[in-house]
Design a protein around this ligand. Structure first.
Ligand code: MCA
Ligand code: AMP
Length: 511
């Protein structure tokens, strides 16, 4: 191995070390297009050369808001190779949401879906992005692929340290604005190897991949594990049971949020025959109900393997491959990861079995929030443990269970929704006095975003009026499923809104 590769902590070098033959498939799309591992090296090399032509230098951010495609993932790999920082953005984000991210991250290059170029380009130029390119989903459409076709495929990967940044992913803050989680080559590389080995991924695996690739689950947990084992993936644009059953015969494994499993269970095609050949079903990003776990096992004979992670920490724990996969538990700490339960106030470790704050430490834990040193400092203990905000306990066998959240967060269909962000937009509507946004049990999404609103006397605002106004400002998954109007909000003696009373009052809203 040349010195350059050995010295560099570049995550792409880790993938190269296990890369199968150039003709082996990396991604097959549901429309039948195949991208081989030879394409991975050649096309990511072309893209990296285009980035250099556009003035991208190591440490620059490359922001990407495109629809899911193999080439969208190759942009991520090209960033690794060029030493740039990949910044994937949810394709549902509106112009006003994007304005914040571009202003905060100051990307050198913005890559947009072709159909959004006209809307987004002026904003990115106004905010200082030096270059703007487009990418479609067929592997050819868009200015980026046009430039890549003319660029050389040979590219000398930039030698980086394990601690150099590979990506920034925004994870909304409980107090309003999103925070950019900085993830290093080492964070991602160590976690991919831990997961590959824990889940026994090999080059023979084919992962059925219907998740978005702008979040940790579909991007790092799925793709980095596949790339670290020389396996392949079948890409679906999104969850679609018809497509899942059509393509599952060619797969060996699947990853999904709980809504995936809830929906597939509603489909009579789910049974032992259609899943017999599958090796592993993995769930995460939100609580998998023990009932869902049990129903799936009864119907298919497979015990779903649940794991727990965060954008800031990658994966922390996993149920075992061999050994009990306990419904309602998120399993055991991954190799190299330390997990402890502490008193939320003091950080003092609690006796085994007590419920408290889950804290984690390990090579998986991020470097901090982009340009927010204070917020970063506030989320680490003096001894380096990261405070997850999740409440949990560890049983005598070492299994971790999440029993609640110490942060004001709703998880809907696996997406995080921070009430503050939605409340701010509702409260800005003329005629609204105030609002409280809560998550209520929802069979399909896990939790349903729900707004309780106090209107000014005589304000003639309806639920539809408010929804229409919010739709312009917020990504679709953040929109309340219901808006309820009340005379006033319950408050405690400190005049703090008591959301627990609201959750109690409306707990059966979606039953
Ligand atoms: C779509 N809608 C949603 C959601 N998705 N509403 C609430 N929550 C959602 N998650 C909107 C749609 O815009 C539509 O509104 C209406 O709800 C019905 O859409 P539907 O067709 O039912 O939804 P879908 O398009 O099928 O999407 C549901 C989904 C999707 C498949 C569960 O949300 C999904 O793929 N979620 C995965 C998110 C994810 O990757 N999470 C990992 C984050 P309208 O008709 O008005 O448009 S990473 C993480 O959490 C950590 C690190 C970890 O541990 O993994
Ligand atoms: P994100 O902020 O998108 O990285 O989501 C991370 C959060 O998702 C964690 O802090 C947990 O609250 C939640 N989460 C992830 N996996 C699980 C799981 N298996 N069970 C319950 N909650 C989970």
């Amino acid at each position: 191995m040349e010195l350059g590769v050995a010295m560099s902590g570049n995550l792409f070098s880790q993938f190269l070390q296990v890369m199968p033959g150039a003709d082996r498939p990396f991604i097959r799309t549901s429309s039948g297009r195949t991208v081989t591992y030879g394409d991975v090296v050649a096309v990511s090399g072309r893209m990296a050369n285009v980035f250099v032509q556009l003035g991208v230098v190591p440490g620059d951010r490359v922001a990407v808001q495109v629809e899911k495609s193999p080439e969208a993932l190759l942009i991520y790999l090209a960033c690794l190779r060029a030493g740039a920082i990949y910044l994937p953005l949810n394709s549902a984000y509106t112009l006003s949401e994007l304005e914040y991210f571009v202003g905060d991250a100051e990307p050198r290059l913005f890559i947009s879906a072709p159909e959004k170029a006209e809307l987004l380009r002026p904003m990115t130029e106004r905010l200082g992005a030096a270059a703007f390119e487009t990418l479609g989903t067929d592997g050819e459409t868009g200015s980026l692929m046009e430039k890549a076709a003319k660029a050389p495929s040979d590219f000398i990967d930039v030698a980086v340290k394990q601690t150099d940044l590979a990506a920034i992913l925004y994870t909304s803050g409980t107090t309003g604005r999103s925070k950019g989680a900085m993830l290093s080559h080492g964070n991602l590389g160590s976690n991919a190897v831990a997961l590959r080995d824990t889940w026994r991924f090999t080059s023979k695996d084919v992962l059925l991949h219907a998740l978005p690739i702008f979040h940790t689950h579909g991007l790092f947990v799925a793709s980095n594990v596949v790339l670290s084992s020389g396996a392949s993936m079948i890409f679906l644009p999104k969850l679609d049971p018809d497509e899942m059953f059509r393509l599952m015969p060619d797969a060996t494994t699947m990853m999904g949020v709980p809504t995936f499993y809830v929906r597939l269970l509603q489909d009579k095609r789910l049974n032992r025959d259609t899943t017999r050949h599958m090796r592993l079903f993995i769930s995460g990003s939100a609580p998998l109900l023990a009932d869902t776990h049990r129903e799936w096992a009864e119907r298919t004979g497979h015990a779903i393997l649940e794991r727990y992670g965060m954008t800031e920490t990658n994966m922390n724990t996993s149920n075992p491959y061999d050994g009990a996969r306990i419904p309602g538990s998120v399993g055991l700490p991954l190799p190299g990861v330390s997990v402890r339960i502490t008193d939320p106030e003091t950080g003092v470790a609690l006796p085994a079995g007590d419920i408290g704050m889950i804290e984690v430490k390990g090579p998986n834990v991020f470097s901090g929030y982009w340009r927010m040193p204070e917020k970063t400092k506030a989320e680490f203990r003096a001894d380096g443990f990261f405070i997850t905000g999740d409440l949990g306990q560890i049983d005598p066998r070492g299994y971790v269970s999440i029993v609640g959240r110490g942060k004001d967060l709703i998880i809907s269909g696996g997406y995080n929704v921070y009430p503050k962000e939605v409340e701010t937009e509702i409260d800005a509507i003329p005629g609204v006095i105030e609002s409280a946004v809560i998550g209520l049990a929802h069979r399909d999404f896990g939790e349903g975003v729900t707004a309780v609103v106090v209107l000014k006397k005589g304000a003639a605002l309806t639920e539809a009026d408010i929804m229409a106004l919010l739709r312009e400002k917020l990504a679709n998954y953040k929109l309340p499923k219901r808006i309820l109007f009340v005379e006033d909000l319950p408050r405690n003696t400190m005049s703090k809104v008591q959301k627990n009373i609201l959750r109690e009052t409306y707990q059966h809203l979606y039953a």
